[in-house]
Design a protein around this ligand. Structure first.
Ligand code: GDP
Length: 295
């Protein structure tokens, strides 16, 4: 997904790479190109500007003008700052507890239900957990059915109650069942809307309050760029979530969401979704992402 950005950044460093002796003007031109590359990747203006200012300060602090290989030094500085921008280190989810509770939030179509299945599958196959999935979307029977199908596919039970219109009650009943059956992780999939609305926010806030999850995760479609960042901000203000899940990184996203969300909400991106299959889930590693961007 970062192909475009990678290419552009590589081009920006050309000015510095070809020269034995460089000037402040060369550095300034390079930084301007870096900023332009970030803007083209759909990073918000202020974030891009602050980013290049930090790179500049660091470059001057490290005496880039007299460095033997100024191009390489700049690439390293940009690499480290990119990793920092995306959160520095990977932050795992907390699934300790009896049971641990994970609450999923996000807009409809963001990939919430798919990710709930992926997470359950990953916890089951890689960490030896016994998950229970919970369908709390009382408005869309199709969403309940979708989770049931996914559960069947990965061999994880799904708690549903089609007669209930009370998502808080469903989540609580599911947790009781999980305890009774010795399940150790409960993943609660909730209703989303196409756009943020008060009822959805009130509902998910009430669920969170009632079940006190270990993890509240916010799922967002990376392809929506700046919108993803704005939605994250609004959800975080209401829900104070613990981590972000960026989905559809396999699509032709320009990467702006991945580069901006951490700065805007100050919460880590914990996982990414890279396809429709249940195996298409990866832990998010800022360092590795920066490696990928800079090739
Ligand atoms: P929800 O409404 O938030 O529960 O979203 P869904 O889980 O139903 O996902 C919406 C659509 O996005 C479905 O067609 C999914 O197959 C698709 N989807 C979800 N995650 C990914 C992903 O990481 N990559 C791709 N390419 N598609 C995804």
């Amino acid at each position: 997904m970062f192909e475009n950005l990678s290419e552009k950044l590589e081009r920006s460093f050309k000015i510095l790479k070809g020269q034995g002796k460089i000037t402040e003007l060369n550095v300034a031109e390079t930084l301007k190109e870096v900023r332009r590359s970030l803007l083209d990747a759909d990073v918000n203006y202020k974030i891009a500007k602050d980013f290049t200012n930090r790179v500049k300060d660091k470059a001057l602090g490290m005496n880039v003008l007299t460095a033997v290989k100024p191009g390489q030094l700049m690439v390293k500085i940009v690499h480290d700052e990119l990793a920092e921008l995306m959160g520095g280190k990977n932050v795992d989810i907390d699934v300790k507890g009896n049971p641990a509770i994970v609450l999923m939030s996000g807009l409809q179509g963001s990939g919430k239900t798919t990710f709930s299945g992926k997470l359950a599958n990953m916890l089951k196959t890689k960490r030896g957990k016994k998950p229970l999935l919970v369908a709390c979307d009382v408005y869309r029977p199709a969403a309940i059915e979708q989770l049931r199908v996914l559960g069947e596919q990965i061999g994880v039970p799904v708690y549903t109650d089609e007669n209930s219109k009370d998502p808080v009650g469903i989540a609580q009943a599911a947790i009781r069942q999980a305890k009774a059956e010795g399940k150790d992780v409960v993943i609660v999939d909730t209703a989303g809307r196409l756009a943020i609305d008060e009822q959805m926010m009130t509902e998910i806030t009430a669920i969170k309050k009632a079940i006190e999850p270990n993890e509240t995760l916010f799922v967002v479609d990376a392809m929506t760029g700046q919108d993803a960042v704005n939605t994250a901000k609004e959800f975080n203000e209401r829900l104070d979530f613990d981590g972000v899940i960026l989905t559809k990184l396999d699509g032709d996203t320009r990467g702006g969401a991945a580069l901006s969300i951490r700065t805007v909400v100050n919460k880590p991106i914990k996982f990414v979704g890279t396809g429709e299959k249940m195996e298409a889930i990866d832990a998010f590693h800022p360092e590795r992402m920066a490696d990928r961007i800079l090739g």
